[in-house]
Ligand binder design. Sequence first.
Ligand code: NAD
Length: 490
Amino acid sequence: MNQLTDKVKAFLAQDPIPAFVNGTWKKGEFEDCSEIENPANKEVLTKVSQSSKNDVEDAIEAADKAFPQWKSISPQQRAEVLKRFADLCERDSEELAQLEALDVGKAINNARGFDVPFGIECIRYFSDLILEKDFEQKLELEGINGKQVRIPFGVVGFIFPWNFPLTLCMWGIGPALAAGNTVVIKPAEITPLSTLYLGKLAQEAGIPEGVINIVPGKGSVAGEVITTHPKVKCVSFTGSSAVGKLIGQNCGIHLKPAKLELGGKGGAVVFEDADIDHAAEGLAGAITLNTGQVCCTATRWIIQEDVVDEFVEKVKANLQKTVIQPGMMEECEMGPVVSKKQQDSIIDYIQKGIKEGAQLILGADVAPEKEGYYIPPTLLMGDQNNICFKEEIFGPVAYITTFKTEEEAIQQVNCLDYGLANSVWTTSAEKAQRVALEMVSGNSWVNAHNVFAYGLPYGGVNGSGNGGGVNSIETLFDYTRGLTIAEPIA
Ligand code: NAD
């Protein structure tokens, strides 16, 4: 088991960890706090302040007050301070990785290898981009001297889910801050720790007070204020499609732009000409990564009939090798799921799926007797008319169907309202491109699943979002509003 660093011990020893507002640490108005549980052993890790409506309003006021100065400093100065922040995140990357492993339950080596470095890289990517990109464009018009300028909104409110707290936070605030906005962040109730730790690093980096505010608390209280307050000029939400619809509704009533990055039910189409060893390894990894709690991962495996037996044998062999342990163990490949609520929900789905006719080919329909909230990798097989094919389960569970023709495979991928990410597995480059174009989603991956890079836009359509996505040049401009300035030439 990895030993906690002294900084992590001191951070968790606070009772409670306060909110970060206007550059200072603040207990909530009512001094409410919630216990944060370690899903690997059900012990309380620490307590975190809960923000009231007034607390969030104070944070929004602070962000609003900080905006004029933050937007006015030069892009060079903004990039400099943000890069200092990134450097401090890198200095404390072990602390951030430990907090992710403790709080979410994820394998520490995944947090060290992906969540933390990829999050830090995001701040650097957008800091570089603001030095390269023009926020002002001259318009070639007859008789008019005109230009279009991109201007930061002001206060941007962020609401995040619990599965990748640090990475998603960086994906959101990186472009927003670089573009010159100030931010109010509401992390998920159950996994706020790494986000709060970022407050410490923002303070040390000299990010001016009020530019970053972090208000842990309930969605129905703290989250609600973010979506309705008149001084929040743009809302960015990452979370479930159900809550996303509520947020969209609220933002609509208040005419606020809303970036919505929502749930998914990714399909992976495996053709008979695919490299089956590679597909089996890749897809086993897709449901064990973050214990399957990944919005875009492949959870519907759509396999060409002739190779289904071979594929199932190989994928089972891969999954059976998975080292399932507390996330803090060095050898851990898959940790527990995040909470009892999540464990119960996954078991419930598996039981309902079996009742509706699915065959359980690996795993269990009851939780194993372990200290924490564990679920073994689980495979179900059946037809499309099953709850486990249709709904997002958000655990280490995949549902296998079969197909005969390419048209049938595409129909299966596209028959749900979700549209986040799918993959196609084949050795035919032509077929890969053809199917990739036909699958309705924001992202089609070829011979791989979960492919991320800065400069590669990532986002969902239909039930999976409308926000334009993250990680690209467009994301930077999503956090700006357009303004045209025009003067007729006399
Ligand atoms: P959730 O929708 O239950 O909660 C997300 C956030 O919304 C939390 O911070 C919660 O407190 C807040 N919230 C809840 N009700 C609210 C309200 N009425 N007003 C304002 N805020 C409110 O999602 P979750 O269970 O935390 O996370 C899992 C979901 O997130 C999955 O559906 C997953 O697919 C999705 N997700 C999507 C992406 C993406 O990039 N598309 C990334 C990660 C997770």
